[in-house]
Write a protein that binds this ligand. Structure first.
Ligand SMILES: [Fe+2]
Ligand SMILES: [Fe+2]
Length: 358
């Protein structure tokens, strides 16, 4: 069996994120359930899948360009560094960037697995506990998907420091709504947008299909977080809501920097300062980083965390335009895309069987 190979010594990252077990909340009310949330729980039960069966792991990986993205999609494309590189060095950059990006998805999914299990413990209502239990299974599957992919790719990166610091804050807070807000809204919202870009622009079938399948589950998670918080936040005081906005604003600024990929440049012996300066200021990369917020902005508006602090932060990073996105519509697309891949696969298999019989 293939094993994980890290590009950098992972021991330095440490094994422990914050340790705060918080409160465990039992409920004795087994009757009170909200229809919307129960509906998502039922869907979660029905839509379980096996990553080893649904994904065709025999599909090839192109090690010179794992995502099959065009050259101008490489963050340092057009820089002096890029111009000086030969073909082999450019392929190396694409390989490492893909590995780095998927490694962050992997570690983020492990964070989601831990958060979902924490929610089972600390959320007060039985319907939320039911639902979170299906999410624990979903997130375990996502960890399995990304780790299988990275082993096939042959290279992984340790967790990015920005992602780690947000995970630390989210996991060390014992309030259940902060777990939802940090994990389902912020970390997963950002990941969903990045997945969406891969699903749209990648020409590699393995990368596209595994991303689409994970997104189908994530659409349910975000819908759940949204519904639960939408019920809860109007019950809080203005000051309590402001505290949540403060937390989101800070996390958003940290997350934006996560995509500068410091570790990759360091590891490839590229001038890190020059690369980061280029990525920070390149128009294409600024546009790319703002797209990463297209799922977060409308959710925060929807759950009622959209006071001055939040709006100022979004204005500052130029992503206010996403506030008008129709979330139900994009989530329905996330569901449909994966089903379409399944249909295509089934019809390919049927065609192959028919051809064999002929
Ligand atoms: Fe996930
Ligand atoms: Fe998730």
């Amino acid at each position: 069996m293939a094993t994980m190979k890290y590009a950098l010594p992972v021991e330095q990252t440490g094994w422990k994120v914050a340790d705060n077990s918080g409160e465990v909340h039992f409920t004795w009310d087994y009757d009170k359930s909200r229809e919307k949330l129960l509906h998502l729980y039922d869907k979660g039960k029905r839509r379980q899948w096996d990553a080893q069966v649904r994904i065709d792991w025999d599909l090839a990986v192109d090690f010179t360009n794992p995502l099959g993205t065009p050259e101008d999609g490489v963050p340092i494309y057009g820089s002096r560094i890029w111009e000086k590189m030969n073909q082999k060095e450019r392929e190396e950059v694409k390989y490492h960037l893909s590995s780095w990006q998927f490694s962050q998805f992997l570690h983020g999914e492990q964070g989601a697995l831990i958060c979902a299990s924490k929610i089972v413990q600390n959320v007060p209502d039985i319907d939320s506990k039911y639902y979170a239990a299906t999410q624990v299974m979903d997130e375990a599957r996502h960890v399995e998907v990304y780790s299988t992919y990275l082993k096939k790719l042959g290279l992984a990166y340790p967790i990015n420091p920005s992602l780690r610091s947000i995970l630390d804050d989210v996991i060390s807070d014992s309030r259940w709504d902060i777990t939802y807000l940090g994990m389902q809204v912020l970390i997963e919202g950002l990941a969903l947008a990045a997945f969406g870009l891969i699903r749209t622009f990648s020409t590699n079938e393995l990368a596209t299909s595994l991303t689409a399948y994970v997104m189908q589950d994530e659409a349910r998670h975000v819908a759940f977080g949204r519904n639960a918080l939408k019920d809860y936040y109007p019950q809080l005081t203005e000051a309590e809501r402001e505290e949540r906005e403060e937390f989101c604003a800070e996390a958003i600024m940290i997350m934006r920097d996560r995509f500068l990929a410091h570790e990759v440049w360091d590891n490839l012996n590229v001038d890190t300062k020059e690369a980061v300066d280029f990525v920070t200021n390149s128009e294409g990369q600024i546009a790319f980083r703002s797209l990463l917020f297209m799922r977060i902005v409308p959710v925060l508006r929807d759950i009622g965390l959209f006071g001055k602090k939040m709006r100022d932060t979004f204005e500052k990073i130029g992503v206010m335009g996403f506030a008008s996105i129709d979330l139900d519509e994009v989530m329905a697309e996330d569901e449909q895309f994966a089903d379409d891949i399944d249909k295509r696969r089934i019809s390919d298999i049927e065609d192959a069987i028919t051809a064999g019989q002929d």
